[in-house]
Design a protein around this ligand. Structure first.
Ligand SMILES: Cc1cc2nc3c(=O)[nH]c(=O)nc-3n(C[C@H](O)[C@H](O)[C@H](O)COP(=O)(O)OP(=O)(O)OC[C@H]3O[C@@H](n4cnc5c(N)ncnc54)[C@H](O)[C@@H]3O)c2cc1C
Length: 598
């Protein structure tokens, strides 16, 4: 939308709203929100409320497939947390915050064992240990998994644990604005998506665990109603900084389909898990060449996601792609029983569509998968706005210029624990929202929401969303250049004007939710485009055809903040240095040799 504040008419009555007082408000009930809530409860903080836009247990996390990383050493005892950190920094092209990386990798063996105790249904070795598989660009087998439905098993285990601890959960609530004076957060404003009631949350601490922003692209792996940038945009509006937004991971293997075929069309861009390659899948172009031999003879299909995605894009651009603009992924050299056991959901999905993965290849092409950027936080997951935390996919810093598969689920649970402990230690109750914030922020927001409902504008919300997603694919996609990014920013300004004139349904309608989401998407999109223009080099997932090389001067993070008088302003800062054990592991130069799989 349009920001409800801009729609608000100061003369109109303030609609009725309910007030909820709580010490800690957790916005988001995926793995990150759930794990934070569990930690808070275990530390004795009782006055906690978790909310999400969907019912309990239904968050984007359930779509995670291939696995979750932690150096347990089940298969490769020489693995360690420091090598895990080294692989993460290597893959992030040394733009990650080393301290945040180490916070994740050092904890993960314990976090995995704890999840096991809480009933997560890990796949196991013959002797009953948590099994671990290869995943791209990792030196050892450290990706623990539950078949190819790891996210669902993880969230089930966390929800069960949260229910055992009687943690309150409010479903179908959408937050539209945080209450902040720029220095401190006091709560949030939102509405019940079922009843349409408006709610003011008075909270001493707010944890944003509201997911990422990859769905601002037209080919993406997220659910359409998630990863629209809610988390980063809410934090930015409240005075926090965004960081590394230009780094968007294009997963090499989304489904490439005939878009004219109604049975296949809904599957366009949907994820084909990296586990297919991790279990030995091979990529071929339309001429039957195993083309990764040319791009990455050692790591082959299991090279970093950015390398494989660009290789596929290049094969297609040079005319060696399939009719559907993709390439072939083939695991048919493995037995049907192996595929059914290791990749059950993938096998079933293609089987339903009439393709037997054990007998023939599937078609794949790159798709927007994950935003490495997000909200800038310190070692506890706290933003520069006091009391406002951002964790999980909403936060930035762990993945740098490109993310290792299996590391984002790891980040959710690791930072859930760190943030939860820190909040418990600092203590405090619901707080007290200053009257000025109620009058100048909350009430105008409620008025704006009321006026947005049933609005009779000229542009359909869905059309504007699609225009925005197409714009991002065209102007900030896999290959970028100055001219195209500038044109994208100009188009974005025009699109923003359209959002003042949207046709919107009642508060409980999908179009109302998406009208608000468009506002979040515009913020995320602008930061991606601006970051992509500012970063005059190629690094990780950010590839500039006019600056094709890494520039060591650019080993810096780009931050965006909201200027007092309109507009986004940026600054850059150099990244930190890793600890000695991690630097030693980097110096050792561990690397996956794909051919050991064959
Ligand atoms: C198809 C797919 C497969 C993946 N596979 C893997 C994998 O194998 N391994 C791996 O490590 N990672 C994987 N990932 C990434 C991983 O799934 C996510 O990064 C992770 O699950 C994010 O968890 P989260 O808790 O941060 O957010 P989410 O699970 O996205 O939860 C966000 C929560 O915030 C709520 N919310 C959002 N906006 C609002 C709002 N405005 N108001 C109120 N509530 C709001 C939502 O309702 C939801 O409850 C995959 C991603 C995709 C798309």
């Amino acid at each position: 939308m349009s920001d409800p504040d801009e729609v608000s008419d100061a003369g109109a009555d303030v609609p009725e709203y309910e007030t909820v007082d709580v010490s800690v408000l957790l916005i988001g009930a995926g793995a990150a929100g759930a794990r934070t809530a569990i930690e808070l409860a275990e530390c004795g903080v009782e006055d906690v409320l978790v909310l999400g836009k969907r019912s309990h247990g239904d968050a984007h996390t359930t779509w995670a497939r291939g696995g979750i990383n932690g150096a347990l050493g089940t298969q490769d005892p020489e693995d360690s947390w420091a090598i895990h950190a080294a692989d993460t920094l290597n893959e992030g092209h040394f733009l990650n915050d080393p301290q945040l990386v180490e916070t994740v990798t050092a904890q993960m063996p314990d976090r995995l064992r704890e999840l096991d105790e809480w009933g997560m249904e890990f796949s196991r070795t013959d002797d009953g240990k948590i099994d671990q598989r290869f995943f791209g660009a990792q030196s050892f087998r450290r990706t623990a998994f539950a078949g190819d439905h790891t996210g669902e098993s993880l969230l089930n285990a966390l929800v069960d644990r949260a229910q055992e601890l009687s943690i309150p959960y409010q479903e179908d609530v959408m937050i539209t604005k945080l209450l902040s004076d720029g220095d401190r957060v006091y709560g949030a404003v939102g509405f019940d998506m079922d009843s349409g009631d408006f709610i003011l949350f008075n909270a001493g601490v707010v944890v944003l665990a509201a997911g990422g922003y990859a769905a601002i692209y037209n080919r993406h792996t997220s659910r359409d109603d998630e990863n629209n940038g809610d988390g980063p945009a809410l934090a930015y509006d409240a005075g926090a900084e965004l960081m590394d937004m230009e780094f968007v991971q294009f997963h090499p293997t989304g489904m490439a389909v005939d878009e004219g075929d109604s049975e296949w069309e809904p599957w366009s861009g949907r994820l084909v898990t990296e586990a297919v390659r991790g279990e030995g899948g091979r990529l071929y172009n339309a001429d039957g060449e195993r083309f990764m031999e040319r791009y990455s003879p050692t790591q082959m299909e299991l090279d970093a996601r950015d390398v494989v995605a660009r290789a596929i894009a290049q094969e297609v651009a040079e005319g060696r792609g399939t009719d559907n603009g993709g390439v072939y992924l083939d695991i048919s050299h493995k037995s049907e029983s192996f595929i059914r056991e290791r990749l059950p959901r993938m096998y079933a999905r293609f089987d339903e569509l009439g393709v037997d993965m054990a007998a023939e290849p599937i078609e794949v092409a790159p798709t927007a998968h994950y935003g490495m950027g997000g909200v800038s936080v310190n070692e506890y997951g706290e933003t520069r706005v006091e009391g406002l935390f951002a964790i999980g996919e909403t936060m930035a810093g762990v993945h740098g210029a490109n993310r290792l598969g299996g590391n984002s689920l790891a980040e959710t649970v690791a930072f859930g624990v760190v943030a939860g402990k820190h909040i418990a230690e600092r203590g405090g109750g619901p707080g007290h929202i200053p009257t000025r914030l109620i009058k100048e922020t909350a009430e105008p927001q409620f008025r704006g929401l009321a006026m947005l409902a049933d609005r009779d504008g000229s542009h359909a919300v869905a059309d504007v969303c699609i225009d925005l997603q197409n714009l991002m694919w065209e102007h900030a996609g896999i290959l970028r250049d100055e001219e195209s990014i500038k044109a994208g920013l100009a188009k974005l300004r025009a699109l923003r004007r359209k959002t003042d004139d949207l046709a919107v349904g009642p508060v409980t309608s999908d179009s109302f939710e998406f009208a608000i989401d468009i506002g979040f998407m515009l913020t995320a999109a602008e930061a991606v485009l601006r970051g992509a223009r500012e970063r005059t080099e190629s690094r990780g997932a950010h590839y500039r055809t006019d600056y094709p090389d890494v520039d060591t001067e650019w080993q810096r993070n780009i931050y965006f903040e909201r200027a007092d008088v309109g507009g986004m302003i940026s600054h850059t800062e150099p990244v930190g240095t890793p600890s000695k054990p991690v630097q030693d592991a980097i110096n050792e130069g561990y690397e996956l040799d794909y051919h050991q799989l064959e």
